[in-house]
Ligand binder design. Sequence first.
Ligand code: ADP
Ligand code: MG
Length: 698
Amino acid sequence: MFDLATRDIKYISGIGPQKADILNKELKIYSVLDFIYYFPYKYVDRSRIYYVHEIDGNMPFIQLKGKILGFETLGEGRQRRLVGHFSDGTGVVDLVWFQGIKYVTSRYKVNEEYIVFGKPTLFGGRINVAHPDLDKPDELKLTSKGLQPYYITTDKMKRSYLSSPAMAKMMANVLQQITEPLQETLPEWMIKEYSLMSLNEAIRNIHFPSDSESLRRAQYRLKFEELFYIQLGILRYAKDRQQRYRGFAFEKVGDIFNTFYTQNLPFALTNAQKRVLKEIRQDVGCGRQMNRLLQGDVGSGKTLVALMSMLIALDNGYQACLMAPTEILANQHYETIKQLLTGMNIRVELLTGSITKKKREPILTGLVTGDVHILIGTHAVIEETVQFSSLGLVVIDEQHRFGVAQRARLWHKNVYPPHVLVMTATPIPRTLAMTLYGDLEVSIIDELPPGRKPIATVHQFDNRRDSLYQSVKKQLAEGRQVYIVFPLIKESEKIDLKNLEEGYYHICEEFPDYSVCKVHGKMKPAEKDEQMQLFVTGQAQIMVATTVIEVGVNVPNASVMIIENAERFGLSQLHQLRGRVGRGADQSYCILVTSYKLAEDTRKRLEIMVRTNDGFEIAEADLKLRGPGDLEGTQQSGVAFDLKIADIARDGQLLQYVRGIAQAVVDGDPTASLPQNDILWQRLRALRKSNVNWASIS
Ligand code: ADP
Ligand code: MG
């Protein structure tokens, strides 16, 4: 038999160079192996044929058998459509086409028998089936039990006659040509112990299930394997690194920490902050390199935890560095930290893109000599020219804005890798964190500092703007400040900017007694900073902005957050925005403004926002509603693999289960040398070479 991984699909009879070219370009399918790992996204039971009198508008895809009585073209312009009146003698349904009218009328004949396949809907009191599949009964080949695979195809594929049925046909053909059983990719003992279907059976059944039970088992086997290898890769990588890299041991908590704790700390730590600090202390003290994710809702006091961790580094003779995603945030951290360290003999410096060369030089020198203890900055801190004398700890704020590659560069700042603490206010469900962040340990601050009033969130339709402005005026009259946020999305940038400008003028008119500032992502940094500063200092009472204010900005006097077109934001994003208010002692409000007409899942999203302030609950809900691909931060943080069959949102339990198995394998075979696991390590090496960039996951 040929080698599936190296056999080019263009040599397969029934595919050929032309189709192969399209498969290459559209689906990145090159080898036979790629092809048979292109799984159907759904199956439809086509064993049953319904009668017209049985169906209603709520059924899924169904089949009917009968004849077209006649065609008719209805409507004008975009409403123009072809209707074929179809009957099986028990009733009539309308088959509807909005496109390809010529093609349909030339291809399908009146009074000939067809099997119609499609989704019935009720429209104008009649059952409609839009763009149905029509087949002659004798040409339609159904699998034995009627479960038909459906493959995702692109427009380009469809235009080249590579539709889903064509893919199914090619798949059947290819699988038939693979005469020997597929080589197993899991060890014998695992197949036995976890009662898995063999790979050979699983691949064949995933395309052409012999029945629904076999399909279920095939799916389970393939998901199991997919998730298992991801976890095995992550845990193997973690183990190797653990064995390879010693970390700096911060053995003591010394004068600097203690002075700060007893003299400078303006309030008592929350229990959650204490617990997390203890976790960090243990981690940095044990001689291994720390890689820890610190999750905590906006306002939960992560900065303080970061600072105190940095002080531990200083106590042990090391320098520390804090990276923020934007200049504004870096500035704010710098100001906050300098103030918190007042009177202590610690040199803190700020390094951002706009620090002039003249100012930069002494900072760079100070870092090399060790005179600078704490460096705060943006991406600028990881430039080549920045050298430390002994960098012991790096804190990264809002990690998802940093590219994976940038994080990796930190490693080259030192002989040993510094400890890394990543802070994020985007709570990530545990299952996702396990996959995204792999071997990162996770600490969670699940408690807000005392005295905060929960933010009151309301959903308001945009036709009630008058009453909305009334309540805003009341807040302004009491001396509070207000954010008004507009969406700004790349795809609709021009329109969005126009909306923002209009909104800005409208607000200026509506609130003539107050000063309004404006910030959006298209502004020059200097201009942006200037506007931002107006709001921070209280010279402006209203800020009209796009999501640039999303991250970190702290204005305790701001008590109202109005989010326009709230339906266009993701849940996590809404939650982040909401976190901009509620930072002072006053009651704060978040008002989600939408039009009256909303899709069902949008309504659900907004309901969740109104119901809860708990970021983790919101993140879980977001994951369920939208899937991980769309989850805020997932794209940027670089999920280094794409899943072919498993779904992190739905297969969370299986993920946890296989992670346990993978952990046991790694622990039981720490040097990757047990013969019974040969297949595992070989396969892992192969996977690492192909699609998965493991190094980028940590
Ligand atoms: P995060 O970065 O997690 O969003 P911050 O670190 O900016 O939150 O903290 C939000 C605010 O809460 C800051 O003004 C900070 O000084 C304050 N804060 C932090 N910890 C405490 C605490 N234990 N008690 C009271 N206030 C606190
Ligand atoms: Mg913060």
